[in-house]
Design a protein around this ligand. Structure first.
Ligand code: HEM
Length: 307
């Protein structure tokens, strides 16, 4: 099943070669009505620009910061709206660095992401200020910068709507709970490890991307922390993460997940950063979250209703 038209297009789309992740903060003097009007208008513009080059599969999503929902959108809110999780007993950082807006641009072409990002930044000036801009790129055959394939066990595209989209029969139907985290990898220390040790940290083989069997996969492997069964079913999120970085500067993974409930990301992250339900994720000794946020991506009809 393709992404239903009621959902914003970046949520369920198959992997792209490029992305641009933008965060914005609202200018206090801008009224909520004017902010919403601007968001409705840029949604229309993004659809127009995206459709000009079908081969590039341009798509986008706009998320509203959870803490900003009431003041920006109003008192009616998605049923499960929840802030970025905080864990008192975490041994790894998972900072919440909230913003009012998150814009996710995706394309096969870097220039589309760049141009759309520039136009939106200038269209929003006066109501929202750009806080950060991070370009994501496909690395080799969809590998994270650690050298491991990332995205293999993502739900197949036609299963994504049932994982990522709110299905309640209400005004938020087609919306999605979005979590983002910017991770900075310590690649120098990572590369000092031999491949067998790296594989034990991820829980999969490096070259041919096979899951380690249960006898060899340690409890603190990344895969062992994030695979959670509940009532015989594996909990799922749709990950749209991408590597980012500069030569000589910070680099790592811009983690992005969409889900019909915020609870799934929260549970996975808890098992990664805490030592309570088994050992914390060993990967986090080699990669550190430096930013994070929880957003709700409203259904498209809601954006259209703001014009
Ligand atoms: C799987 C890397 C953070 C959830 C994977 C895989 C890699 C990977 C290489 C295996 C291939 C695949 O199935 O995609 C990373 C890196 C991270 C990171 C480098 C940050 C430094 C996270 C976070 C979450 C998460 C924050 C959720 C809170 C998952 C899930 C899977 C997965 C659900 C699929 C597990 C399965 O079904 O086998 N990740 N990940 N990851 N990751 Fe991460």
């Amino acid at each position: 099943m393709p992404t239903p038209p009621l959902a914003q297009s970046a949520i369920c789309a198959p992997a792209h070669g490029h992305a641009l992740f933008l965060t914005f903060n609202r200018q206090p003097e801008c009224s909520p009505e004017h902010c919403r009007l601007q968001l409705g208008q840029i949604a229309l513009l993004l659809d127009q620009w995206a459709s000009r080059d079908p081969a590039a599969r341009n798509c986008w999503a706009i998320g509203i910061g959870v803490a900003s929902w009431a003041s920006l959108i109003g008192p009616r809110q998605p049923r499960l709206l929840a802030g970025f999780p905080q864990f008192a007993n975490a041994i790894h950082p998972a900072p919440d660095t909230p913003h009012d807006l998150f814009l996710h641009l995706r394309s096969e072409k870097q220039d589309w992401c760049f141009e759309a990002g520039q136009q939106i930044e200038s269209a929003l000036r006066g109501s929202f200020t750009l806080a950060s801009s991070t370009a994501g790129f496909r690395y080799l055959d969809s590998r994270d910068l650690t050298g491991f394939v990332d995205g293999t066990e993502n739900p197949e595209p036609d299963a994504r709507p049932s994982v990522a989209l709110v299905a309640d029969d209400d005004e938020f139907n087609g919306g999605s709970y979005l979590h983002v985290q910017r991770y900075v990898h310590d690649l120098e220390r990572w590369r000092e490890l031999d491949v067998a040790t790296q594989e034990k940290i991820i829980g999969r083989t490096k070259q041919d991307d096979q899951e380690l069997d249960d006898d060899t996969k340690p409890e603190n492997a990344h895969i062992a922390r994030v695979v959670i069964e509940e009532d015989g079913e594996e909990l799922e999120i749709v990950r749209q993460s991408m590597p980012y970085g500069t030569v000589g500067g910070e680099k790592g993974l811009y983690f992005v997940s969409y889900c019909k409930t915020p609870a799934t990301f929260n549970r996975m992250l808890e098992r990664m950063v805490c030592n309570q339900q088994g050992p914390a994720d060993r990967l986090l000794f080699f990669s550190r979250a430096v930013e994070g946020g929880a957003y709700f991506v409203p259904p498209k009809a809601m954006l259209a209703g703001w014009i």
